[in-house]
Write a protein that binds this ligand. Structure first.
Ligand code: UT7
Length: 326
């Protein structure tokens, strides 16, 4: 079977920076609390006229430029997002239009913070089966639009941004070695958005009850996240007969520095293997892994033959890992 290989990465972060000191003025919190409990120092907030497909398109163009791939060559576009421009159509279709990628099949994946890893899995399978030769995998989110800015439990955590990769069918040993996805719907109420969908259609009362905003039982999510992120990472290593010490980069979903440190400890990862940028962007949900990947790649830190692992966890619950030979 053919391998899917990453031949370009891109990302886009909105210009506006919201610091912890700014949030101190909005809710009863402190820079010290946020830094100590999450590692976050600042996050980006999309401009009023920016949408999730705008962010996604900019990240995609950067990835396509790096790959030297034109829009007409793309067969498949998949966007991991829970903050699409509209409930429907898919944000991926809007990205397709903006890029002029007229040949592509385009759809979204709703797997919350695991969105990029789930989208990557879908694209890898398109390539492995021969349905696509070149694919665009994007994680793009404007979480700031579904955050309750009066809820200190959640508003300090999230940020906006987008990341993308171009995949190409390739021969040889390098590429995505395997993907491992998991879900457990029994946990859905620990992290979700109550309105406005079919369960709670749009209503004035719903707005008064803050239904259109993200709700999370943070400390419950924390415990499950640490366990599942560790388990699925181990599963990916075992499936490929790779030792944890052989990884060059462990690029996890950037939820909270303490979660990442707990996972690193469980897996016995060295600090130099773990890529963390949560301090700069907060939790950008499905966008966090491709943003981190692009940052490391453009800094020239990833070399051909390096072994990378992506590891994500999010609402649903959903979680998953991917192992990559660069
Ligand atoms: O992206 C994937 C899904 N999301 C996650 O992975 C997030 C997972 N959870 C977390 O990152 C952490 O649970 C949080 C950062 C959300 C919270 O940290 P925690 O250490 O679990 O704190 P807690 O929720 O147990 O709250 C401890 C205290 C509470 O006060 P009391 O009840 O002990 O008096 C909270 O009210 O901290 C309080 N608190 C705050 N204080 C100041 C909660 N948020 C804040 C805040 N500023 N922003």
């Amino acid at each position: 079977m053919k391998k899917a290989r990453i031949i370009g990465t891109g990302s886009y972060l909105p210009e506006r920076v919201l610091t912890n000191l700014d949030i101190e003025k909005m809710v009863d919190t402190s820079n010290e609390w946020i830094k100590a409990r999450t590692g976050i120092e600042e996050r980006r907030i999309a401009a009023e006229n920016e949408t999730t497909s705008d962010l996604a398109t900019k990240a995609a163009i950067a990835a396509m430029d790096m790959a030297g791939v034109k829009a007409e060559e793309i067969d498949f576009i998949v966007v991991g997002t829970i903050t699409g421009d509209y409930p429907w159509p898919a944000t991926a279709c809007l990205v397709q239009q903006k890029l002029g990628a007229s040949r592509a099949v385009a759809y979204d994946i709703s797997a919350a913070c695991s969105g990029f890893v789930f989208a990557l899995d879908a694209a890898v399978k398109q390539i492995q089966t021969g349905a696509a030769r070149k694919a665009l995998v994007i994680g793009s989110e404007i979480l700031s639009r579904i955050i309750d800015w009066t809820d200190r439990n959640t508003c300090v955590l999230f940020g906006d941004g987008a990341g993308a990769v171009v995949l190409e069918a390739a021969e040889g040993p390098n590429g995505i070695l395997s993907t491992h996805l998991r879900s457990d719907g029994t946990y859905w109420e620990l992290l979700y958005q109550a309105g406005f969908g079919a369960r709670n259609p749009a209503s004035v009362e719903g707005i008064e009850q803050h239904l259109p905003f993200l709700k999370m039982q943070g400390n419950e999510v924390f415990k499950v996240a640490v366990r599942m992120l560790s388990e699925v990472a181990q599963e990916a290593l075992t499936a490929n007969e790779i030792e944890i010490g052989d990884l060059d980069f462990f690029i996890p979903h950037q939820a909270n520095r303490r979660i990442l440190e707990a996972v690193a400890k469980r897996l016995k990862l060295r600090a130099d293997q773990v890529y963390i940028n949560v301090q700069s962007y907060g939790n950008t949900s499905g966008a966090s892994i491709p943003i981190a990947l692009d940052e490391a790649n453009r800094a020239g830190r990833i070399e051909e033959g390096d072994l990378l692992m992506f590891d994500a966890f999010g609402g649903g619950f959903t979680w998953g890992a991917a192992l990559v030979r660069w």
